[in-house]
Every structure is written in C-alpha cells, then in structure tokens.
Write a protein that binds this ligand. Structure first.
Ligand code: OGA
Ligand code: MN
Length: 225
C-alpha cells in the first residue's frame, strides 16, 4: 500500500484555518478527488470538538446506521462504531460550524459546487470496531457531495490499527493515520473507503457538505442549514 505522495506539510501552508489550506484542499479535490492534510484543523476547532467529545456519555451515542430514512438499518457486519449527531444550535461547537461554513463557501466559489448544507457527527470506535468498505453518498439520492473527516486522537502509533483507507478511482489505495488535527476531504460519491479494525479507542468527526436532494423523499440535513 502506497503512502500518499502529496500529503501536505503543516509547515508550508501557514496557520491552520488560513485560505492557503482551503486552496490546497480545493486543488487536491479537483486533481485527485481527495485531500489529506495533517495539521490542517485549526487548534480552536480541535479544542472545541475535543471538549464536546469529552462531555458525551455512553447514552449520547447511538448505533450507527447505514442508509437514511426508511432504508435505515443496523448492520454490524459493515460497521460497529457508534455516533453522536452534532446539532446546529450547539454553542459548544460554534467554531466547528464557522470553520465548516467558511470551507463550504470557499469550495463553492472555487469549485462551483453549489453546496447548500452541512451535517456532521462524532464517531466512537472502541477496540475491535471497524467500518467496512463503503461510499458516503446513498445511491439515487446524490446529495452528499464532499465528505470531511478529522480526528481527536493523540499519538496514534503503528500497530494500533484504525487507519482510514481511501480507494481513489485513479491511483493506489491511501492509508490515513487517525491523528489529531488531520483533515481528510474526498468526493462522497466517488471515493470508496473503509476504517480498519482499531485496537484502541478512536474518535473521529465526519461531516458532509450537501446539495439539495434529487430524491422525492423528504431528506433534510441533520443540522447546519
Ligand atoms: C464515515 C467514515 C471515516 C473515519 O463516517 O462515513 O467513513 O476515518 N469515517 O472515521
Ligand atoms: Mn464514510
């Protein structure tokens, strides 16, 4: 399995949150359908998400489901992690909302995507958990366009598993260590991916930039209009 050849270095692009990073995301997305940037998450956003994550108890997480609405089903052969959906009105994560809003606006201006909304959740993977190969956009609905993933884990070591593996259409699989501050973006309908079995507790935050659904079912974003 290859290492990504254009993972950005935090040193070359200035302060996380600056437009140099957004430019890097947009260029990567247009050239190769994904972007992997260690150190790209602004520290204030990381701290807010970490505090939010620390405030959650077991009861705040629900079993993840695959598919939406009437098609929702739990399938523990595919994914075993649990999730907590983040709510728009939650002041504890306002910096996450602001940063994702600025990123959405940037991607719309530079890639003409017409992204209209954002929804996100915190995911908890306990030792033994995984999420098998899948894509994030549900068939026939075409409403999740860009996936965004970041991590809240310090000092992830080789051998602890839990890597995200992306399978881009044109190119070798790419392995991502779920390390604090890394930002991953990819085209939701295009890039299959999986989370390898983790040997340690793993916290990730996944979000999706959406356009209006073409499905006839009412399928509102979970949050962030
Ligand atoms: C997802 C997902 C990847 C990760 O939530 O759909 O693929 O690394 N998450 O947690
Ligand atoms: Mn996914």
């Amino acid at each position: 399995m290859n290492q990504p050849n254009n993972v950005s270095s935090a040193r070359s692009l200035g302060e996380p949150g600056g437009y140099e990073w957004f430019e890097k995301f947009a260029t990567d997305l247009s050239e190769q359908d994904f972007s992997i940037c260690p150190g790209a998450l602004p520290p204030t956003v990381f701290e807010a998400l970490s505090r939010k994550r620390e405030s959650l108890t077991d009861a705040d997480y629900s079993d993840a489901s695959i598919g939406r609405r009437f098609k929702e089903q739990r399938n523990r052969f595919v994914r075993t992690n649990r999730v907590h959906w983040l709510l728009e009105e939650d002041d504890a994560i306002s910096s996450w909302r602001h940063w994702s809003f600025k990123l959405r606006r940037y991607l719309n201006r530079h890639l003409y995507l017409g992204l209209e909304s954002f929804e996100s959740h915190i995911a908890l993977y306990e030792p033994g958990d995984f999420y098998k190969l899948h894509i994030d956009a549900f068939r026939g609905e075409r409403n999740r366009i860009i996936s965004l993933v970041t991590y809240l884990n310090d000092s992830w070591q080789p051998g602890q598993g839990g890597e995200l593996v992306l399978y881009p259409e044109n190119g070798e699989p790419v392995r991502v260590i779920p390390e604090a501050g890394t930002v991953v973006l990819f085209l939701s309908e295009v890039v299959p991916h999986e989370v390898m079995l983790t040997n340690r507790v793993r916290h990730s935050v996944s979000g999706w930039f959406r356009v209006r659904s073409t499905s006839s079912l009412l399928d509102l974003p979970r949050q962030f209009p």
